[in-house]
Structures are given as structure tokens and as C-alpha cells.
Design a protein around this ligand. Sequence first.
Ligand SMILES: [Zn+2]
Length: 195
Amino acid sequence: MNIEQILKDNNVLKTGHFLLSSGLHSAKYFEKFRILENPLLVQMFGKMIAEYFKDKNISIVCGPTTGGVIIAYEVARQMGLKCIFAEQKPDTAGRVIRRGFVIPEGANILVVDDVLTTGGSIKDTMQALKQFPGQVKGIAVLIDRSIELTDFNQYVQDVDFNSCYRVAVENYEPDQCPLCRQNIPLEKPGRGGKK
Ligand SMILES: [Zn+2]
């Protein structure tokens, strides 16, 4: 299965000159909502993650809102497990697990997210999980676009990491962007495709 081709065919992977939400510029952009809006694609990627973790004794799946939950829910469905989610805190940074979710004592938790750039939402999710029993044993993402492989073992010991697709994408400060120097028009994705 050629994942890169699937991502291109579904307008997930775009090439050009993009302004990221972080303020940095990049020659590649992943429009994750082209996956999240498509149950068949979510099912396909969910299966890759579910298969990878099927023999790893996972007992519950947790995803950060918004996109992470959709993938996490599908993975949980395929593994016959429950799915809980970590929401953004209303006024401050970080995430919180509310809604009366219960994690059993000794549970092995699988954290699932959509796109990994710096790992911020995954780290915030693991931080939120610390107030519950159980331990994060696995982390899975659809797309890992981080420059350096994130060492999640810094945060949790013996954690197993899996991605459906990995590509290291260079990000540029606007004043050092080679694409700006070539006068390539800057696109602002994620806002209805308007430039
Ligand atoms: Zn630029």
C-alpha cells in the first residue's frame, strides 16, 4: 500500500508554500481533515494502528480533541476497547480529562493522535492522564511530520511508538524562508483554502 499516493490522491498531502498555525513556513502541508471527513480513510488508517497494537495488551484508547479523538475512536472500535478523550483546558495551556471517564487500575493506555509535528498535544494528553491510574504503553499517529523523532521515553518509560506515515518536513522562520525568497505565493491552509 502506497500511503504517500493515498495522501496525495485525497488532497491530504499538498506541496507549495504554506503558513503553518505556528507561524512558520513550509513546503509541505497535511490537510488532516481530508482524512477525518472520510470514514473509509479513517477506517483504513485505524486498522494499521489497531493491527500494530493488537498483541500489546492495550486496555483503553485516549485521543486529544479534535482530530485525535476521531482516529482514537476508530482504533478503539476495531480493538473492541473504550475510547476517552483529553480536551483543551478552557483558559490555560494543557489538556484535561473530564466527562466522568474512568480508567481502571493497571490499565495499559494507547494514545492516538492525527498529525505529529512537535508532539505538544500528545505530551499534554499524557500529562492529563497522570492523574488517573494506568500507564501509557503506546502512542500512535496517522502522520509523523516531525524533524527529529520524538523520544517519548523521556516522558513515559517503555512506550511503543507507531506512525502510519512518516516524513520529516522542514519548517522555516518567515525571514529565513527560501520559498519567500523565490516569491512563491504563500498559502494559508486550514481556513477554507483561501489565500
Ligand atoms: Zn515563506
